[in-house]
Design a protein around this ligand. Structure first.
Ligand code: KIV
Length: 264
């Protein structure tokens, strides 16, 4: 596998580039992203795909930031999650909702969850010119059906279903697939069997790329630590320490000092 070239041109990553990367065995780097500030930073660092995931509700406990995440991006492919129930009612309403999201956010593609039941919708979206990334395995929008964060595809029948679902999404026209919380050997088999890139999260090293929730990898989320998350920093400690120091200095009068003030 080749590393990201630091001198890489800032040409926008397109869905077809992900296919080329898979063919060239170049691993795809994807993170979630919910705002302009991080979008610029992640883009500068060479992240290939930014996912405006609906994990935003869980991670930031807020809404509405999806509209700004494409601003300032010069290279990364920006993909927006289609919200829960925005693509289940009918194919025409899914096209209208996804089209509106693309127009309002400027994203280049959308992501939706589910297997064979979503094939017709994916076909309709792709026919309308909307690139679609699929999502299989543990699909968070169906967490109440799964009854918790459980590894999917563990028994033979479930593994067979998952492989068939993956083929279905590829046939329907999905340009890539997120595979979440699936045993590593099964994910590797699916990645090998598909022509489209498979981006794993909790699916082992045999996928064509990896995605993590940004705030998890930065160590900003503390209440939940999934086994598949690697923390590359502990920013929550840094934030606490900085804010405590600021508060203490405001209270003892040492901030603002002369250099932070204007004499006239
Ligand atoms: O919503 C999200 O952030 C996601 C990732 C976990 C893949 O779907």
């Amino acid at each position: 596998m080749t590393a990201f070239p630091q001198t890489a041109a800032t040409r926008l990553v397109r869905v077809t580039d992900l296919h080329r990367m898979k063919a060239e065995r170049q691993l795809i780097v994807m993170t979630t992203c919910y705002d302009t500030l991080f979008a610029k930073l992640l883009d500068e660092c060479g992240v290939d795909v930014l996912l405006v995931g609906d994990s935003v509700a869980e991670v930031l406990n807020g809404e509405g930031s999806t509209l700004t995440a494409t601003l300032g991006v010069r290279r990364a492919l920006v993909v927006c999650d289609l919200p829960f129930l925005s693509y289940h009612v009918s194919v025409p309403s899914a096209i209208a909702n996804a089209g509106r999201i693309m127009q309002e956010t400027g994203c280049a593609a959308v992501k939706l969850e589910g297997g064979r039941k979503r094939a017709e919708t994916i076909r309709g979206l792709v026919d309308a010119g909307i690139p679609v990334m699929g999502h299989l395995g543990l699909t968070p929008q169906s967490i109440h059906v799964f009854g918790g964060h459980r590894v999917q595809g563990r028994d033979e029948a479930a593994a067979r279903r998952l492989k068939a679902d993956a083929q279905c999404l590829q046939k329907a026209g999905a340009f890539a697939l997120v595979l979440e919380l699936v045993p590593a050997p099964l994910a590797t088999t699916i990645a090998k069997q598909l022509e489209i890139p498979v981006i794993g999260i909790g699916a082992g090293p045999g996928c064509d790329g990896q995605v993590l929730v940004l705030h998890d990898l930065l160590g900003l989320t503390e209440s939940f630590q999934a086994r598949f998350v690697k923390r590359y920093a502990t920013l929550s400690d840094e934030v606490r320490s900085a804010v405590r120091q600021y508060a203490a200095e405001v209270r003892d009068g040492s901030f603002p000092a002369a250099e932070h003030s204007f004499a006239e």
